[in-house]
Design a protein around this ligand. Sequence first.
Ligand code: PEP
Ligand code: MN
Length: 355
Amino acid sequence: MLVVMQHGATAKEIDRVVSVIKEMGYEARPMPGAQRTAVGLVGNDGRVDASRIEALPGVASIIHVTQQYKQVSREWRPENTIVDVAPGFSVGGSDVVIIGGPCSVESEEQIVRAAKIVRDAGATALRGGAFKPRSSPYSFQGLGKEALGYLALAKCETGLPIVTEAMDEEGAHLIAEVADCIQIGARNMQNYSLLKTVGKIGKPVLLKRGMAATINDLLLSAEYIIAAGNPNVILCERGVRSFDPAARNMLDLTAIPIVHRLSHLPIIADPSHGTGLRDKVLPMARAAVAAGADGVIIEVHPEPDRALSDGAQSLYPDQFGALVKELRAVAAAIGREVPPTPWAAAHRNRAVSLG
Ligand code: PEP
Ligand code: MN
């Protein structure tokens, strides 16, 4: 860390910075320049609280040389992390995974129908919210525990692994019994006690970027999960709030190559929440894969016009089927592959063993 002093900072002010750094247990190296002096902080183990120094008289700014996060960084682990969620569902290698399903689980019939649509389209996993974080307390809040039973049934019927969101610690433990991957939604990205809980549970976590979170904030949240003992973290770009109401959010596809450079963790994209508009989901999903996303998570509903949440951004079943085909082509063009659906893989293995 570098403490840049103001032009004209006095020797007394520089000495004070030096002594505070020493009091904090680090070495201080003043570097006088033609215009101003900088004081280097040596021995930074990534946990320096800069706020104590920032407010001292004569300090102009602080430059962080090392990142605030450690275990999520590429420096810590140069090779990509591959999160093995379930057989046929690995994220971060050459596969481009497709997670599809409705925003919310609405009934047993609806989620089983949705699961069959997702399976038949050739996607990798089923999504569907049991506990829903809705902006209004009067909107459909999800079926809760009841929905977890329906998700388990949909998995049984189709063989698709399950991704579903935990909103609190109690829910996280319940979800862990059913889901293959626990989603932490945008609104909870900085719910640090929940992050620690899913860190301790140890199941793969899909961590969505908060709607006003920087990439640094996202990586620090991932660090919480890893620091609590769970290295199986998949990041997700789901759009950030912008000044422009033309789309629900602004899908920040630049985050994908940036995260890939800064971190070894996989990152997928959510063009459904990222755009909020059904017909914009298709081009942005293709763009996300082209930009290097390790997968996409897409809302699809058997009858979007009747959906209890996010109907406007949910694809019709035939649109989802066409999109999966297109994503296979985009992935192939960049030397990657959408894996065969775990159901197809299971059937192939069965055919081989029978044959
Ligand atoms: C969701 O996946 O349905 C959801 C609520 O997403 P987000 O947390 O990104 O808004
Ligand atoms: Mn949704």
